[in-house]
Write a protein that binds this ligand. Structure first.
Ligand SMILES: Cc1cc2nc3c(=O)[nH]c(=O)nc-3n(C[C@H](O)[C@H](O)[C@H](O)COP(=O)(O)OP(=O)(O)OC[C@H]3O[C@@H](n4cnc5c(N)ncnc54)[C@H](O)[C@@H]3O)c2cc1C
Length: 336
């Protein structure tokens, strides 16, 4: 059942038509719980508030699987404008980018050019850039591009997904690169990825521990309290300095735990997604934890006094009907 729900939401996250349609609605269906807004200006106060609580941030201007050059250039320009604003407003904040948003599926050299322009501005602003890891089909290419960028830039790092069978092997060669360790958010084939939670967790712990004993900075990105607890014990046992790593969580998730980790003196960074392309991101969050849907249902449909709200039901039903209608019409057009 859990797998069915996961496959369903992952399927939706990859649906081009739904992704494009969702842009027109602005964040809806409770997505605003996990997506901070659609424009950077509106997020600045959110970052400031987190910074005041000793939490740094990484900004993700949402967007992926871009197949149009203009769209990729537009995304690059928005990211560059965001870097300048981060610098001007003295925010404690770095950025996370996706290569498919910057044209990897269009032409590799075009994508690299876009990333280099981002890295030049980021370097001038003294801001770190993380390249998020996407689906496995982009994995080898992403590592290859990162390694080539590292020859000219030190302010760039990436992500290791511990569901990948090769994750440990691929750590070698990245010993001095700042890395984020995650479990992995996409649906991958069993020939390349572990599928059981037990194997993925075991690999996460092994890789995170290896990194913590290494020399480069590591971001431990998980909401899993069991993993965090085991790593905290490991850190204490091995007298690992708190400057050498940080915990990361996504915006809107386990906020109490985020504050608790800061209280305990750990470095903490919140990953803040924003922008019009919220649909794929939102569906992946529902895929990895169907309970998130319960939280949302409660927020979207009920008031604090547990009374049923009318307005979201009307908007939700109308939006769903419209999506189904447009989807059917499109299918019909394709069949003709
Ligand atoms: C900062 C950050 C950046 C990321 N970047 C990438 C990336 O670049 N590429 C990529 O593929 N993936 C990325 N991910 C997603 C990641 O791969 C996982 O899909 C996602 O984090 C879910 O796994 P988890 O480790 O948080 O815990 P899960 O395996 O989802 O949960 C483990 C256990 O933790 C508890 N738990 C989890 N969430 C909650 C909650 N909200 N409330 C209460 N209990 C909870 C539950 O007991 C659950 O059983 C990122 C995640 C984070 C946090």
């Amino acid at each position: 059942m859990a797998n069915l729900a996961r496959n369903f939401f992952i399927g939706l996250s990859n649906n081009d038509f739904l992704n494009k349609s969702a842009r027109k609605f602005g964040t809806r269906f409770g997505a605003e719980r996990f997506v901070a807004g659609t424009v950077f200006d509106a997020i600045v106060p959110v970052i400031r508030e987190l910074n005041q609580k000793q939490i740094s941030c990484t900004m993700d201007h949402l967007g992926e699987f871009v197949t149009d050059r203009n769209e990729a250039v537009h995304a690059k320009e928005k990211i560059i404008a965001m870097l300048r604003q981060i610098k001007e407003e003295h925010l404690d904040c770095h950025i996370s980018i996706k290569l498919t948003q910057l044209g990897l599926d269009i032409e590799e050299s075009f994508c690299i050019e876009n990333v280099e322009q981002i890295l030049d501005v980021a370097h001038a602003c003294d801001i770190f850039v993380n390249i998020d890891m996407e689906k496995y089909i982009h994995y080898e290419k992403t590592l290859e591009i990162l390694k080539s960028l590292r020859k000219s830039y030190t302010n760039v790092g990436t992500v290791i997904q511990t569901y990948l069978l090769d994750a440990e092997k691929d750590l070698s060669g990245l010993e001095d690169v700042r890395l984020r360790i995650v479990k992995g958010a996409y649906k991958e084939d069993s020939t390349v990825a572990y599928s059981s939670k037990e194997d993925i967790d075991k690999n996460f712990l092994m890789i995170a521990k290896k990194r913590l004993l290494g020399k480069a900075f590591t971001s431990i990105a998980t909401h899993d309290h069991r993993i965090i607890q085991e790593l905290k014990e490991f850190i204490e046992e091995h007298h690992i300095s708190k400057d050498r790593f940080e915990f990361q969580m996504l915006y809107g998730f386990r906020v109490d735990m985020q504050h608790q980790l800061v209280k305990e003196g750990f470095r903490f960074c919140t990953y803040i997604p924003f922008g019009e392309d919220w649909f794929g991101y939102f569906m992946r969050r529902l895929a990895e934890r169907p309970q998130n849907l319960n939280l949302l249902m409660k927020d979207v449909f009920y008031t604090e006094e547990d009374k049923l709200k009318k307005q979201p039901i009307i908007i939700g039903t109308a939006a769903l009907t419209l999506l189904l209608f447009l989807g059917r019409r499109r299918k019909k057009e394709q069949n003709n």
